[in-house]
Design a protein around this ligand. Structure first.
Ligand code: GLP
Length: 258
């Protein structure tokens, strides 16, 4: 994917369904690990990549995915949630990937959501990514409002790892997903975190390759603006237009306006 379009424009791969998107995404990751066993992966959370993680676990069980030397850096974590909180991204990653493949514990990285000084943690996390040589492959999702990681629509963007204030619509979407699960650990929306530690757009754009996943009609508008709209901090995903090797892997519902 992407080889013939490098440096031109985003490559768009449209597949019929969420399952196809998940399978193709896992194939991209497996192939990248075969080419480079020391791969540095930047990883997303949310509903979208759950299927990709499931396929990666299945590939690992078939002996087709070796994570033993791979290093991972997650995009973000909620401020105030400890790794054992069920809504933390640390818990998400353990559930969907880390506990199920042969990733070494010291090779997985997620910003610490709790701690006395989040600014110190941001600098530590940015330095760790720089030390790893930046990501070889960044897998991204996209928020309905065009956010990437937790780089929310704003009047300006931050380049490096930082503490971000979450937009109300982003908190509401995540809160609703927890409510629908029937197991919402937050009594009310007011209890949902309102800040997160996130890679900046600069951190993300330094990855060698980017694969953005999107599924469902709720992402169609943001995707169209990201691909064809003006570069604007009001739609952080639009800055992916600056990268020379971006592939959008989307299902047909998400691609309806492309
Ligand atoms: C969260 C994450 C993003 C993710 C987005 C979309 O805000 N911080 O990294 O891309 O949600 O999530 P979903 O895949 O559930 O739509």
């Amino acid at each position: 994917m992407g080889a013939d379009k490098k440096g031109e424009q985003m490559e768009i791969v449209t597949v019929p369904s969420y399952e196809d998107m998940s399978l193709r995404a896992a194939e991209v990751v497996c192939e990248a690990m075969r080419q480079n066993p020391d791969l540095v992966l930047i990883l997303p959370t949310g509903a979208t990549p759950v299927g990709m993680y499931r396929e990666l676990v299945a590939a690992h069980e078939r002996g087709q995915a070796d994570f033993s030397r791979v290093r991972t850096f997650n995009l973000d974590e909620y401020r105030g949630l400890a790794p054992d909180h069920p809504a933390s991204y640390a818990a998400y990653m353990r559930e969907h990937l880390f506990a199920k493949v042969n990733l070494a514990g010291q090779n997985t990285h997620i910003p610490h959501g709790v701690g006395p000084d989040p600014e110190v943690e941001c600098r530590r996390y940015e330095a760790a990514i720089v030390e790893a040589g930046h990501g070889d492959l960044a897998i991204l999702g996209i928020g309905q409002n065009g956010h990437v990681g937790f780089n929310e629509p704003s009047y300006s963007l931050r380049s490096t790892v930082h503490v971000a204030r979450l937009r109300d619509e982003t908190r509401q979407v995540a809160f609703d997903i927890w409510s629908e699960s029937g197991d919402n650990p937050f009594p009310a929306l007011a209890d949902f975190p309102n800040h997160a530690l996130t890679m900046g757009m600069g951190t993300i754009l330094k990855a060698e390759r980017i694969l953005l996943l999107a599924s469902g009609a709720s992402k169609a508008r943001a995707l169209r603006l990201a691909v064809t709209g003006a570069l604007t901090p009001q739609l952080p995903a639009s800055f992916l237009q600056l990268h020379r090797d971006v592939t959008l892997l989307v299902d047909s519902e998400a691609a309806r306006f492309l």
